[in-house]
Design a protein around this ligand. Structure first.
Ligand code: GCU
Length: 414
């Protein structure tokens, strides 16, 4: 009998329509991960130099072709407009600024995004920074009544302060970090017709944007936006942009991982409950799968490329898996988080992807995760490559931030 249960009849989980979700490890097909340290032509990758010169570019190209599409180019011109500054925000603990980032093309096309950022008021020098996107607008992360309402192009507006729990601003500031956010809708409004109101309008005409331009995705737009925020932060004297962390939760965790894989300026990559198409291995058919992403209503088809849709039923045939995406961050630092009740995102699949990325970090003298068995909940493991599983639901909460801040302290203040 074949070793692959898929070929042994259908007692194991097989993806089909109507679509069903599998939460039973014993029903999962046996899978083999693509070899991280072997080039497409079979050449083994023996050292960091071969990884950087051959395998890394090859994998990056594959992730673009198969999953996330190209990253858009740079605009012809970028202009920064200070919209507001409050020197005694948050009871004097913070300097708060809002900045409009204008992207301009020689042919007259323009687009802008609104950045909100906080600096610790008492810093005695340039500080490291956490860069991320918000769901539903900048005003959802704070109760401050004078923070602008942003991100409304995406659909219904989030309520002021609605996601305060996800952004412990004072804790982040007290630990000595700046925090910078933009609404993801500013970059690409998260809807099927979002193309025409997104940053893609810098590069394509309205007519071209009536449908998706081949080979692009909203996740690539969000990742691109994270890098453009960092371009701006590099101009801020109070920020040490050589110490930048990128973070994101859920679909924005998929985006922060993709941004971190591409942009080497992000020295710490925080990936929260990112699940399928993020940190979780695609070959594990547990919880959300690439197939279900295209057959349930929980995912926008515009998040990924069309190419992925065509291949989503057969992740075992893909030339890549998500451990290789995590490996693209090496030798920089990565922290992947799950939550015990977030089975949809497959916590074990997220852990295993981090574990299997280990050999690449080792090429750089970094420490991989030691065990193939996930740690107990709320017990963080790893230093350069790290994993943490919070007890609770799909969310981004203080205990996640405590671990991201610990990682940042280890990295930036050594
Ligand atoms: C859904 C979707 C996930 C996604 C999440 C989110 O649950 O299935 O893939 O990560 O939404 O971004 O909120």
């Amino acid at each position: 009998m074949s070793a692959n249960p898929r070929e042994n009849g259908s007692e194991f989980y097989v993806q089909k329509i109507p679509w069903e979700v599998n939460y039973d490890e014993s029903r999962m097909p046996v899978y083999t991960l693509p070899k991280l340290l072997r080039c497409e032509d079979g050449t083994p990758v023996a050292d960091a130099a071969a990884w950087l010169s051959r395998r890394r570019p090859e994998l990056l190209r594959m992730f673009k072709e198969v999953m996330y599409g190209e990253l858009p180019p740079l605009p012809d011109r970028v202009r920064y407009e200070l919209l507001s500054e409050k020197k005694d925000a948050r009871d004097g603990k913070a300097i708060r600024r809002e900045v409009r980032i204008h992207f301009e093309m020689k042919n007259g096309r323009t687009h802008c995004i609104d950045l909100l950022y906080y600096l610790p008021a008492n810093a005695d020098g340039p500080v490291p920074v956490f860069v991320g996107l918000t769901f539903f607008g900048n005003h959802v992360i704070t109760d401050e009544p004078d923070v602008r309402i942003t991100g409304t192009a995406g659909g219904p507006e989030g309520a002021r302060g609605e996601q305060v729990r996800r952004f412990p601003i004072d804790t982040i500031l007290e630990r000595g970090y700046a925090l910078a956010v933009v609404s993801y809708h500013d970059i690409f409004p998260d809807r099927e017709t979002g193309w025409a109101d997104s940053i893609y309008k810098l590069f394509f005409s309205d007519d071209e944007l009536k449908k998706r331009p081949a080979g692009y995705s909203s996740i690539s737009a969000w990742a691109w936006g994270l890098s453009r925020i960092l371009d701006y932060l590099e101009t801020v004297p109070e920020i040490d942009a050589s110490k930048a962390a990128v973070f994101g939760h859920s679909r924005l965790g998929k985006s922060s991982l993709w941004a971190g894989a591409n942009d080497k300026r992000f020295k710490l990559v925080c990936v929260n409950d990112s699940g399928c198409g993020g940190a979780a291995l695609s070959r594990r058919l547990y919880g959300e799968t690439l197939f279900s992403m295209y057959h349930s209503n929980t995912v926008g088809k515009w998040w990924f490329t069309d190419t992925l849709e065509a291949k989503s039923g057969h992740p075992e045939l893909l030339p890549l898996d998500q451990h290789e995406l995590i490996a693209l961050v090496a030798p920089r630092t990565v922290a992947v988080h799950s939550a015990t009740e977030d089975r949809w995102a497959d916590p074990k699949g997220e852990y295993l992807a981090v574990y299997h990325a280990g050999p690449v970090f080792e090429l750089f003298g970094k420490t991989p995760l030691a065990s193939e068995t996930p740690p107990a909940p709320e017990h963080a493991v790893g230093t350069d490559v790290s994993y943490y599983c919070r007890i609770g639901k799909h969310d981004l909460l203080l205990s996640d931030w405590e671990h991201y801040l610990t990682m940042a302290e280890r990295l930036f203040k050594r």
